[in-house]
Ligand binder design. Sequence first.
Ligand code: ADP
Length: 259
Amino acid sequence: KLQGTGTRTMPFTPDSLTRVIAVTSGKGGVGKSTLTANLAVALAARGLRVGLLDADVHGFSIPGLLGLAGVKPTRVGEMILPPVAFGVKVISIGMFLDDTSAAVAWRGPMLHRTINQFLTDVYFGDLDVLLLDLPPGTGDVAISIGQLLPHAEVLVVTTPQPAAADVAERSGVVARQTGQSVFGVIENMAGLAQPDGTVLELFGSGGGAEVASRLGVPLLARIPLSVPLREGGDTGSPIVLSDPDDAAAAAILGVADAL
Ligand code: ADP
């Protein structure tokens, strides 16, 4: 259903004024989409013009995280107008599927074409920052983004676990091989605060610092496990707005300030 003539040119070239930030992880389930959605909303709340492209074609979850489940983009001729949530212009492959439970089993060339089409035919207008939620790992989409947006800056999300850190490092290395720079590492699920004031290191500790040191980039934040963060995702209400005093929200807002 995505079809265009390819008559428009891709606006996010290296000489454009839009910063492109791609969020990646070594494996799924580390909170990459949750953090990307909250970061986008935090940046928009700072007054920036923000676009968010959900390129996690196999596991798109951005629409739900931002309260856009079931919302379709508007079309004007060849152009696709992205829905807006919390000031963020959002586009996701999930918006083009009739049934959100439909499996997306596309192969490399089709993924590449779809991402390219998102970048050209979606009318974002002038943006200060375009955030990309990449699929986990070092697959076809990551490589396509490297080719299409070589100036993208990459944020690597990992959990504190050593095994997660190994695969996270690999996604940073692949980003560099395609010419992108790694901006920093975010450690998520970094401990759960207990009522007695201690912290339960549910997933161990040190993974984020390890990846950051191996890649030679800063560890931007250690984001704790947070029930409100998870609930905000489930209800499409990002906690950086609804519960900014939550420790996880505060840590995400800190990352937004560091970008
Ligand atoms: P990914 O995009 O890496 O696959 P998600 O953002 O979908 O991961 O997060 C996976 C699950 O973990 C979701 O249910 C999400 O709500 C939850 N989650 C993510 N980060 C946290 C956190 N810091 N505390 C509690 N739950 C979290």
